[in-house]
Each structure stands twice: as structure tokens, then as C-alpha cells.
Write a protein of this length. Structure first.
Length: 107
């Protein structure tokens, strides 16, 4: 997920998470990413949900959700965390740690 690498790059440069896709636009452009569909899951065309404004804490040792595919496919989905992009089962996703002010969507 190009969004993940640009999100982390932005956070490292600014010491805070991006507030919107607009914040990531220059980094995505520099990476040669077509931003017209960057927030669409390549798997099924559903939305990629990004939790804007989250500052990743990679020192906690606990992966905190920063974004995810809106729909699971076969009970699994790609999830952006503070420690990388992971494929999680629905059970893992709904049990995952979300940042303050955010929670997993309804099942």
C-alpha cells in the first residue's frame, strides 16, 4: 500500500500523522502514485479507510490500526498498522488496537 509508506514518511518528517489525503499528495506524487484511486482497495474496489491524524508509535511494540480495507474478502483484509501492513482475519481485525478516538467499524 503506497498510502502506508507515504503516511509513515509524512509522520517521520512532521512528527505527527497527516490530516488528509491532501497532506500526502506531494509524497504520493513524488512516488509516482496515481492518486485518483489511491483510497480504493485493489482487491474488491471497496474503500480504503484511513484514520487521519494518527501519529504512529512504533516504540510501543503493539501494532495500532491506522487504516484498513472497508470490506473483508474471505474473512481477511489488509490493515495498515503502526508496525506495517498486515493481512488480518476479521477476528484479529476486530480485536486489534485502535488509536484513541477511533474504533473498529460495526461487524
Amino acid at each position: 500500500m503506497e498510502v502506508y509508506s507515504c503516511y509513515m514518511q509524512y509522520a517521520n518528517q512532521n512528527r505527527r500523522g497527516p490530516d488528509s489525503l491532501e497532506d500526502l499528495q506531494p509524497l504520493l506524487n513524488n512516488a509516482g502514485v496515481d492518486t485518483s484511486n489511491v483510497l480504493v482497495s485493489p482487491g474488491d474496489g471497496s474503500d480504503l479507510v484511513v484514520l487521519w491524524g494518527v501519529t504512529p508509535d512504533v516504540t510501543s511494540g503493539v501494532p495500532v490500526v491506522m487504516g484498513y480495507e472497508a470490506n473483508s474478502q474471505g474473512g481477511r483484509r489488509n490493515v495498515m498498522t503502526s508496525m506495517g501492513v498486515w493481512v488480518m482475519s476479521d477476528d484479529e481485525f476486530f480485536a486489534a488496537q485502535f488509536p484513541a478516538g477511533h474504533q473498529a467499524p460495526a461487524r
